[in-house]
Ligand binder design. Sequence first.
Ligand code: AMP
Ligand code: GLY
Length: 429
Amino acid sequence: MSDQSPLTALIVGSGGREHTLAHACLNSPLVNRVIAAPGNPGIGQDCECVNVAADDVDALVALAENENVDLVVVGPEVPLCLGLVDKLEEKGILAYGPKADGARFEGSKTYTKELLLKYSIPTGAAAYFDDAQAAVEYLQTASFPIVVKADGLAAGKGVIIAEDFETARDTVTNMIDGGAFGSSGERVLIEECLFGEETSIHAIVSGKDYVILPTSQDHKQVFEGDKGPNTGGMGAYSPADLIDSAMMERIEREIVKPSVDGIAAEGIDFRGTLFIGLMMTASGPKVLEYNTRFGDPETQVLITRLKTDPVEIMLAAAKGELSQIDVQVKDEYAMVVVLASNGYPNSYPKGETITFPDSTGPGEHIFHAGTTNGDNGSVVTNGGRVLGVTALGADLKEASDKAYALCDKIDFASKYLRRDIGAKELKRS
Ligand code: AMP
Ligand code: GLY
């Protein structure tokens, strides 16, 4: 793509994923200006942050037009589901991320389940209901535990694993009739409970073309030993050797390719990230969900490990030229440890001053997530997941040692982290 004059890129979002993507744009020879909306103080150290919310679609389109943006990289799912990319396309502005028809696979769990079943992609058996009484009748003959999911977006909170009939009954009633998740819970998916180790695959898709990014594994539960409530993710590493090359071939054959082909066969020109959540069951990998954006904190390790310029890949996907791209990956391992505010994912304090080390070593990054500017040039906590402390190493142990050493050089009053990110993998290796 040497014929390209340097681009202005706009990153939409304000988390660790977006800081990582902004950093990739800054380091790309294809880009000479990076704007973020709304961004965060970490992004603001090197890029222009504009105070436009990530879900204010009209204001984002106006910003992209006024600033002559050449490529919009959309981080979170909400603007995708709201049709940001459709509106940018109407104005002739290139964007990385699916249009609303593609983002619907993240926005509706029943829509995804229908696609999975139609194209015989391995997934748990399920039924869905708009009527609480019918759902309760179905539960009367079900076996437990069973999984109840709000159909729509619920910020990662709409999935309940019900151990018994009473819990499942109360959950579906609260969702459908009680407005527990607003309109997202008016329809519920009741799904067979799958058992195994969870992992995920990130594919960059452009129509019928796709490239599979390196493997990674997130740690969703808040406490060590995978205990406690689910969070957005407390840390991740890459590669995840749980998926060896034979398993990867199987996942590509049984899941990734049929997913991409199925989406295209539905008439959807999907250009963006297809992030497939998997359960590695005794009978093979099964799809838990599709997300239609990069994972957070998976992005922090995946993008950091790419040898190929991530902007080149995203640009090619957005233009429909992905078949020309060969994705090269570094041999190094990467780990990200999330520094959270104690109390997350429930209530937690905000506004605590963060102290940072004066410098970071090679291959080390402190990606900001829930931070904001405080008084006198300070940076203070402003969210549950505050920072993503990321390091590369020759092996997982080295990446882990470096990431944790860097975590110990950062402080704020309610700092909380899991000390066992990657521990299962380290034991296996
Ligand atoms: P989802 O948003 O569909 O990925 O669900 C959130 C989390 O709930 C997943 O990461 C799993 O830990 C769990 N989960 C979802 N579906 C199932 C299932 N069918 N069986 C067991 N656990 C599940
Ligand atoms: N880390 C999980 C997610 O981004 O959904």
